[in-house]
Design a protein around this ligand. Structure first.
Ligand SMILES: [Zn+2]
Length: 308
């Protein structure tokens, strides 16, 4: 993006922000004249920066800011004036290209950019894929912020809230908890059909009897880890665990043994991305509420894995 473009964008941004702010106070009739008067008087609001967006979000999180977090900038800087925002699960190269096409220079991703939890890049210095991606971000002056720990730590976990909203399960349980009581109970097969439809999943994996009745659902999006998943199965005794991701040698084997012992329990593995993508939709909605003048687009990063 050229410098001229940036200035134009910011000018446009300021103008739109002013119009919108004015609209909130005085209504639409005098917006245009007010706006013209303002530009004639040389009025210029400050552009919104990356840091302002981050700080506004982080302030809503209890006990923030966190001294230790993976929610750092992966490229760019806090001072950058935002031209538009993209929210997504992964800042994939494809998502980065789409952000560039949208003239959005700020990507808020939920997961790492560089293939490990801490986004440590030292071990990738000579890797061609890493270099290509890092250079692409640099050339187009894009800022990437990972919002993982903070969005999960909102008073109601933003990812869970997004997921419950997308499933339409608001009346089945408290979104601060992980247990939901379906009304009425459905068969495992019907539950899987519902999950696939609502979360746009083509195929998923499960362990269980498709005719089993499912009422009490343990919902654990993302990758909680085997010990946490098995611990919750053990103490909460749900009919089914619906989770994002498993290690095949942990939770799936526990559920297989539980069934062999005679327990009525099943496992549905949505896929990590499918289970948490609604969190990025939540994030886009949050931005539209708090920074209404910034153009925000949620881009689904989709599943990297195909199924035959
Ligand atoms: Zn997550």
């Amino acid at each position: 993006m050229s410098i001229e473009n940036t200035i134009l964008q910011n000018g446009e941004l300021n103008r739109r922000k002013f119009i919108s702010d004015t609209a909130k106070v005085v209504g639409s009739a005098i917006i245009l004249s007010s706006s013209l008067a303002a530009s004639a008087a040389g009025f210029k609001a400050e552009p919104v920066t990356v840091g302002q967006v981050m700080d506004t979000f982080i302030k809503e999180v209890p006990n923030s800011p966190f001294p230790k977090t993976v929610d750092t900038l992966k490229s760019g800087n806090r001072e950058m004036a935002v031209t538009g925002i993209v929210t997504t699960m992964f800042a994939t190269i494809d998502v980065i290209r789409k952000a560039i096409a949208l003239n959005a220079n700020f990507i808020i991703a939920h997961e790492p950019t560089f293939y490990n939890h801490a986004d440590d890049t030292k071990w990738l210095e000579n890797d061609s894929v890493y270099r290509y991606k890092a250079d692409l971000l640099e050339q187009h002056q894009l800022t990437v912020w990972r919002n993982h720990d903070y969005v999960h730590s909102l008073q109601t976990d933003g990812v869970r809230k997004g997921l419950i909203d997308q499933l339409g399960w608001q009346n089945y349980g408290d979104p601060k908890q992980d247990i939901y009581d379906l009304l009425p109970a459905v068969t495992l097969k019907a539950l899987i059909t519902q999950l696939k439809q609502k979360l746009n999943i083509q195929t998923l994996r499960y362990v269980g009897n498709l005719n089993q009745s499912c009422k009490k659902i343990l919902l654990m999006p993302g990758a909680a880890g085997g010990a946490t998943q098995i611990g919750s199965l053990s103490t909460k005794k749900p009919d089914v665990l619906v989770c994002g991701e498993i290690s095949e040698w942990e939770t799936a084997e526990y559920v297989r043994d539980a069934q062999a012992k005679g327990e009525q329990v099943s496992l549905v593995v949505l896929g990590h991305i499918a289970s948490e993508e609604p969190g990025s939709a939540f994030m886009a909605q949050w931005l539209k509420t708090h920074f209404a003048d910034l153009k925000t687009t949620h881009i689904s990063s989709g599943n990297s894995l195909s199924f035959l």
